[in-house]
Design a protein. Structure first.
Length: 126
């Protein structure tokens, strides 16, 4: 679902449709906030408990690192959303530069979760 929103935002950006870009950016932020809240409630606590019980300090460190890293990414996205809400005009070039940085961080994070965090969760928790 997020990837579809990323692609749609890119399409609207190419069209220089500031209103649609801002709307999609808000949708992405809302979806990401819900995803993070779910992880904070259902993924990290049991993963940390199981890692601690198993004496897997490196897994505990990894989980905490992932959780802290996501806070950095969501913070950057929230700042971008706030700037867009306050801007009186839409500058596609400025937006694209900042959005591409956030998008790269988000995609890298999603890949890292799928490659390392979720397999560890499945091994320890499920």
């Amino acid at each position: 679902m997020l990837e579809e929103k990323f692609l749609a935002l890119g399409d609207r950006l190419v069209e220089n449709d500031g209103a649609a870009v801002r709307a999609l950016l808000g949708e992405i932020a809302t979806l990401l906030d819900a995803h993070v809240a779910l992880e904070d409630e259902r993924l990290y606590p049991p993963l940390e408990r199981k890692a601690e019980a198993a004496g897997e300090k490196s897994t505990l460190i990894l989980a905490r690192s992932f959780q802290g890293g996501m806070a950095v990414i969501t913070g950057a996205l929230d700042r971008l959303v706030a700037r867009q809400r306050m801007a009186s005009t839409f500058n596609a070039d400025d937006f694209a530069h900042e959005w591409n940085t956030v998008l790269h961080a988000l995609r890298s994070r999603i890949h890292a979760e799928e490659a390392s965090l979720y397999p560890i969760y499945r091994r320890l928790v499920r």
